[in-house]
Write a protein that binds this ligand. Structure first.
Ligand code: UDP
Length: 334
């Protein structure tokens, strides 16, 4: 049987590339659409790469005409909340205008199934933990607002056209492919676990701990780290559900378990057997003390359970990736 094709925007990025691997493993052929502004071509290993911009309608029409995908998974976006405070226009253009352009091209091509990559940032600084989908959506930065706007657009389109979508709101994506095929390649890196690993391996002299006076057991922020392979698997389940006729939905993806910044540093030191120089610094603006998901809906609707609920596994997989990157930097970074 010929593998059904799916277009994966941002398939050269961290979560997109891991999802391509999961899709290929399940019998789909992922066609990556990426402008390679953040993604790396080396991460596209399970199907063709189409390099171009979502905002080039001729490009998307051509990709859809040649590949005839049964669905689209939309990861391509600007993702760094701190950057969005400085250059909001970039986020509204890439994330909101990009989603609009994509859905318009899908409508022209008659493609009605979409998986949309969203974020816990749509909830803002929730006082209530864990976070359920029923809580108010009050993002506190342009990144979160751009994702919420896109979610709203999808809901309006689904109410008036044959579009059916699943929005997946990720908590803190982390880890790397357990088989070592893929990992995180952000340039510059801003995420905690890869930065702590860089400190462990001497790529940077130290790791800054942003805030030690939060109202948490050890004073540092608590996050729900969700393994990238578990995220990838959730996308596969959401895709199958929509292709089987399921209706539109939005849901959280997290483990329901939180780890503090200090716990991450301590666990990374234990996993790598290396000393880590951690320096307490002021709080980073905009960081909520605790962010933990209630992922009951994803469990019920998708039948999804995360495999890697111990952050030690995330760190071990990410460390393996970093060691390979250090051994052959020219192949694995771009
Ligand atoms: N963090 C830190 N030092 C760093 C980077 C991050 O202490 O160099 C903290 C950050 O304040 C937050 C947690 O680690 O509490 C996770 O941050 P990250 O940027 O990885 O993800 P976010 O929660 O912002 O999506």
């Amino acid at each position: 049987m010929v593998a059904p094709k799916v277009v994966v925007t941002g398939g050269a990025g961290f979560i997109g590339s891991h999802t391509c691997k999961a899709l290929a493993g399940a019998g789909f052929l992922p066609v990556t659409v990426d402008n390679l502004s953040n993604g790396v071509a080396e991460a596209v290993k399970w199907g063709p790469l189409e390099v171009g911009s979502l905002e080039d309608p001729g490009f998307l029409d051509d990709v859809f005409r040649r590949h005839k995908p049964v669905a689209v998974l939309h990861f391509a976006a600007s993702i760094e909340a701190g950057e969005s405070m400085k250059v909001p226009a970039k986020f509204y253009r890439n994330n909101v205008a990009g989603t609009m352009a994509l859905t318009e091209a899908m409508a022209r091509a008659g493609i009605s199934v979409l998986i949309f990559s969203s974020t816990a940032a749509v909830y803002g600084n929730s006082e209530v933990m864990p976070i359920t989908e029923a809580l108010p959506l009050l993002p506190v930065n342009p990144y979160g607002r751009s994702k919420l706007m896109s979610e709203t657009i999808l809901a309006d389109l689904a109410a008036t056209t044959d579009l059916r979508f699943t929005t997946l709101r990720y908590f803190n994506a982390s880890g790397a492919d357990p088989e070592g095929d893929l990992g995180e390649n952000h340039q510059p890196e801003t995420h905690l676990i890869p930065l702590v690993l860089q400190a462990a391996y001497g790529i940077r002299p130290s790791i800054k701990i942003f805030g030690n006076d939060y109202d948490t057991p050890d004073g540092t922020c608590i996050r729900d780290y969700i393994h990238v392979s578990d995220l990838a698997h959730a996308h596969l389940l959401a895709l199958r559900r929509l292709l089987g006729g399921g209706d539109s939905a939005q849901m959280n993806l997290g483990t329901g378990k939180g780890f503090s910044v200090r716990e991450i540093v301590k666990t990374t030191a234990a996993v790598t057997g290396r000393q880590i120089n951690a320096i307490d610094e002021a709080r980073r603006p905009g960081d909520p003390a605790v962010l933990v998901a209630d992922a009951a809906m994803a469990r019920q609707v998708l039948g999804w359970t995360p495999r890697f609920t111990d952050v030690q596994d995330h760190i071990r997989h990410a460390a393996g990736w970093m060691e390979r990157k250090m051994a052959q930097p020219e192949v694995l970074t771009a």
